[in-house]
Design a protein around this ligand. Structure first.
Ligand code: SF4
Length: 235
């Protein structure tokens, strides 16, 4: 079995750490621990906790991710176990990792003057219902935007929600990355949060039933056809 020098960490251990949202850095001697935040809204307490952990176990820096979560970088392997024990005593939750619903991003549409829906409340409700959904073909990213300005980029997510005059427009199959895909907008808007949650459940079920392992939602739509997905949502 191959063993990395200096900190003697095995590739198997690196993989296991990744499942807990702790990622080996380039030098395989330091680690970045990523944490979950829904909607990008941080309490002062969470920020203080992150700062204290970064100071004690990392380099004193915190990096905010493009999905509105945060990571504490540059934790040396020698401190990793104590860091993980310390995290357990805090309200911080590791970021979602692997083939599951990831942390949900949202713009401040709840209080932004252009917002037409409660983006923060929607993100929390969607996360409460689907945030633990795993065993999907691949990762599944969700973003909520309050108006057509799309600051949270709903069209670049597997599932995007956009406020339109107080209703919810839904986008499916978007992704960034090496082969970006602009999401398709479903034909009808949805008027209530209850209907929205129902339709999201059907969308995720369709993806779980039709996607192949490691196939992103947009690729499944390309292969099977948007019409088939829309048809399944009316059943
Ligand atoms: S998408 Fe609209 S509601 Fe959300 S932050 Fe941007 S301008 Fe405001």
């Amino acid at each position: 079995m191959a063993v990395h020098t200096v900190c003697e960490i095995t590739p198997e251990e690196i993989t296991a750490l990744k499942a807990s949202a702790i990622f080996a850095e380039k030098d395989k001697q330091h680690f970045s621990a990523r944490f979950l935040v829904v909607g990008g809204l941080y309490s002062a307490e969470k920020l203080r906790t992150a700062a204290a952990l970064a100071k004690r176990y990392g380099s004193g820096e915190v990096h905010f991710t493009t999905r509105q979560g945060f990571e504490i970088p540059h934790i040396p392997y020698a401190k990793l176990q104590r860091f993980r024990e310390a995290v357990k005593k805090t309200p911080l939750e590791p970021a979602r990792s692997g083939a599951c619903v990831r942390g949900i991003t949202a713009c401040p549409g709840t209080y932004c003057k252009f917002g037409t829906i409660d983006t923060q409340g929607t993100a929390q409700a969607v996360f409460k219902k689907f945030g633990k959904r795993g065993k999907l073909p691949h990762k599944f990213k969700i973003a909520v935007g309050g108006c057509r300005h799309c600051c949270s980029k709903p069209q670049e997510n597997d599932l995007g929600i956009m406020g339109v005059a107080g209703a919810y427009a839904i986008f499916v199959g978007g992704m960034a990355g090496k082969t970006p895909r602009w999401a398709d907008r479903l034909p009808n808007t949805v008027k209530t949060q209850k209907e929205l949650l129902q339709i999201i459940g059907k969308i995720i079920d369709w993806y779980a039933a039709n996607g192949n392992t490691k196939e992103r939602f947009g690729a499944v739509i390309e292969r099977i056809g948007l019409a088939k997905l829309i048809e399944s949502l009316t059943q």
